[in-house]
Design a protein around this ligand. Structure first.
Ligand code: HEC
Length: 103
């Protein structure tokens, strides 16, 4: 009985961990290349001054730009970070992760 409870709790925990870090996982797979060090003019993860103006234009614009891609004054953000296999939701999760880490 205890063993069954343990397995149940363990599976709940691992489910929460993977669900909560989906944005982080995608960031590390796809967005990291440019956004971790701010290469090609990308706003850098954790650098508030790179994000203040962007966040103030609203998250829906950030999501839109991340999904569709856009050319800004600093460089070119490729659609879905260049990975067409990402869903809209996965891109939004990665944007949320970047905001949480930078703000
Ligand atoms: C090839 C490099 C590159 C990759 C990979 C990349 N980005 Fe970007 N991203 C940029 C650049 C450059 C900009 C800034 C463009 C500008 O404002 O001039 C940018 C800007 C952004 C912005 C700000 C949008 C705005 O409206 O100001 C968001 C959000 C963003 N990227 C999310 C992501 C996400 C999420 C991923 C991964 C799925 C990702 N990026 C992968 C280069 C990249």
């Amino acid at each position: 009985m205890n063993k069954i409870v343990f397995i149940f709790v363990a599976s709940l925990l691992s489910f929460n961990v993977s669900a909560g870090s989906s944005g982080e996982r995608i960031y590390n797979q796809v967005c990291f290349t440019c956004h971790n060090q701010g290469v090609f003019g990308a706003p850098k993860l954790g650098e508030i001054s790179d994000w203040v103006d962007r966040i103030s234009t609203g998250k829906s614009m950030l999501n839109h730009h991340a999904i569709e891609g856009y050319a800004g004054s600093r460089g070119f953000m490729p659609p879905r970070g260049g990975d067409p296999s990402l869903s809209d939701q996965e891109v939004r999760d990665a944007v949320q992760y970047m905001i949480d880490k930078s703000w």
